[in-house]
Design a binder for this molecule. Structure first.
Ligand SMILES: Nc1ncnc2c1ncn2[C@@H]1O[C@H](COP(=O)(O)OP(=O)(O)OP(=O)(O)O)[C@@H](O)[C@H]1O
Length: 242
């Protein structure tokens, strides 16, 4: 996936992204970091078709898809887990998973396979499958959101602050899980305030500032370049280890 010279505005004239270009590396983890309000979530929403650029293009597999609605992105194997909770709290864990299968609900074998995939990845969901989603802890609800996105066997998963407001022990588990996704053939785009963890697991990093791409590169190169490490420390208040 790619954003090519994309500008995005809210309310028509509040321009947030300014000619931002960004390429998602297939089979890798691409991290997007930057100070509060830099436009990281806006970039992710643009990659998923939730926001339409006023300039520039969104590409999938090299083809321009600018203006395509989000459900057509799902068809193309792109899944997103948004920053804010997106579960139906009153519905059971299993019904939340079934809803993700709505577009192929008549294909029972496929629905059962999708449920099984989510339960294998997160056994706690199977244990809790009959309980209301809202009765689970914040971390468990996050597992359900991840399980729901992955039940559809996406090629690419877009994650916005996956461990915001989640207890440290479960956060560590979530990062380990995300780290393992490329080995399952899943490409990851990770927007995160938790710069330490994002830098630890990302193969390639973009640093945004005021809606622009300030710098990007392979994470390993950031670690070896004293000047880059200083810049990152200044922008996001975190020093990458050499
Ligand atoms: N729906 C909206 N309407 C108007 N302005 C918005 C809207 N959503 C975001 N903004 C503004 O756009 C800018 C970028 O927001 P965005 O959420 O993309 O930043 P971010 O880098 O993800 O920040 P954070 O790390 O704080 O989540 C901010 O100034 C924000 O106030």
């Amino acid at each position: 996936m790619e954003l090519r010279q994309v500008s995005v505005a809210y309310h028509g004239d509040i321009r947030i992204l300014q000619e931002l270009s960004l390429a998602v590396r297939a089979g890798k983890i691409t991290g997007i970091i930057g100070p509060n309000g830099a436009g990281k979530s806006t970039a992710l929403k643009t990659l998923y078709g939730l926001l339409r650029p006023i300039e520039g293009d969104v590409l999938i597999d090299g083809a321009v898809v600018t203006g395509l609605p989000p459900w057509r992105f799902i068809d193309r194997g792109i899944a997103m887990v948004p920053q804010n909770r997106s579960l139906f709290n009153e519905l059971s864990v299993e019904d939340n998973l079934r809803l993700a299968c709505w577009s192929f609900r008549r294909d029972r074998a496929r629905v059962e396979a999708a449920l099984e995939r989510a339960y294998t990845q997160f056994p706690i969901l199977k244990e809790r499958r009959k309980q209301p989603a809202g009765a689970m802890s914040g971390g468990q609800q996050r597992f359900l959101e991840l399980g729901r996105a992955l039940a559809l066997k996406p090629r690419v998963v877009l994650l916005d602050e996956p461990t915001a407001m989640i207890a440290p022990r479960l956060s560590t588990e979530i990062y380990e899980f995300i780290h393992g996704l490329p080995a399952q053939g899943i490409t990851v785009v990770l927007v995160d305030q938790n710069v330490r963890q994002c830098v630890r697991i990302a193969d390639h990093l973009y640093v945004l500032e005021l809606g622009r791409n300030k710098v990007d590169g392979a994470t390993a190169d950031f670690a070896q370049d004293e000047q880059l490490r200083n810049l990152i420390a200044e922008w996001v208040d975190y020093r990458i280890d050499a």
